[in-house]
Design a protein around this ligand. Structure first.
Ligand code: PBG
Ligand code: ZN
Length: 328
């Protein structure tokens, strides 16, 4: 009891590093990378200041830079020239992601490559898979018919050289289907990072502009989780772990720290995705001079680690690598 017990002793200046419970490490950061088949040069993304869409033939210098900075992996998203009902550009051997993966694999061999496996950038509906009339008659994402599409996308990414495929469509059975598809095609060593607990969040707004993946009708609430539901989110990750996911993910990150902490108990590595809206809010406030960008960004990242994430996907990856370097 006070005055014998003084909590502030642990916080004396020289003691601080000794008693830090968690650390941010550059190799546990994953940088998203937008590859745009229609771009002629790196094109700034207005809703995400500091982020760019890169033409496929300009991804190598960026990947090399991220690798030199010590970043653990890139997460590749593609913006195709053409969209159709079947998302056929998503599994094209010469598609935008496949090209980018082959180039990075060849020129930056040490960098881990993760690909986003979804169809919303490739369908003319903007929905994450095949659409049709569902049980109650409305048009919606059809679950089982979309699974084969996800298998084909994942296999084409693995064939191009992806180390990890990351399905983000929240279909039932997606991990099992992709695992079977990869194994049948001989890619039993390709990992699956499942977007296992992904919420129907308004924080994806800037990304949908960046990736041109907004829904042309409806929304994603029949497959992404209601933000009110923590136990349901846990059950989603539990299910994907059972289907053979190698890594689980909680998305968004900062408003769902309770879910990260719960999912960690499943024992698999856990990734958290600090999404576009989380990034853009910090950027915007900082640009207005209202907050200290570096301090708030680093605080947001260490909070995600404290909650229990091993890996963090963040648009701050490259900045954070520099900040950590400067602090070392
Ligand atoms: C595609 C996908 C989305 C994000 C990652 N993969 C958008 C969505 O589900 O609408 C969001 C990433 C971000 O906001 O940074 N399914
Ligand atoms: Zn999608």
């Amino acid at each position: 009891m006070y005055p014998q017990k003084r909590m502030r002793r642990l916080r004396r200046r020289r003691m601080l590093p000794l008693f830090a419970e968690h650390h941010l490490r550059t190799e546990q950061l994953i940088a998203p990378l937008f590859v745009d088949e229609t771009a002629r040069e790196p094109t700034p993304i207005p809703s995400m200041p500091g982020q760019f869409r890169y033409p496929p033939d300009e991804v190598v210098p960026v990947a090399a830079r991220l690798d030199r900075a010590g970043i653990g992996a890139v997460l590749i998203f593609g913006i195709p020239a053409d969209k159709d009902r079947e998302a056929s550009a998503a599994y094209d051997e010469n598609g935008v992601v496949q090209q980018a993966v082959r180039r990075i694999r060849k020129s930056v061999p040490e960098l881990a490559i993760i690909t986003d496996v979804c169809a919303c950038e490739y369908t003319d509906t903007g929905q994450c898979g095949i659409v049709g009339p569902c049980a109650d008659g409305c048009m919606d994402l059809l679950n089982d018919p979309s699974l084969e599409l996800m298998q084909r996308i994942a296999v084409s990414h693995a064939r191009a050289g992806a180390d990890i495929v990351a399905p983000s469509c929240m279909l039932d059975g997606m991990v099992q289907a992709i695992r079977a598809g990869l194994d049948d095609a001989g890619f039993c060593e390709t990992l699956i990072l499942s977007y296992s607990s992904k919420f129907a969040s308004a924080l994806y707004g800037p990304f949908r502009e960046a990736a041109d993946s907004a829904c042309r009708f409806g929304d994603r609430k029949s497959y992404q989780i209601n933000p009110a539901n923590g136990r349901e989110a846990f059950r989603e990750s539990l299910t994907d772990a059972g289907e053979g996911a190698d890594v689980l993910m909680v998305k968004p990150a900062g408003m769902y720290l309770d879910v990260i902490a719960a999912v960690r108990e499943l024992g698999l590595p856990v990734a958290a995705y600090q999404v576009s809206g989380e990034y853009s809010m910090i950027r915007a406030a900082a640009k207005n001079g209202w907050i200290d960008e570096r301090a708030v960004a680093l605080e947001s990242l260490i909070a995600i680690r404290r909650a229990g994430a091993d890996l963090i996907i963040t648009y701050f990856a490259e900045d954070a690598a520099r900040w950590l370097q400067e602090a070392a």
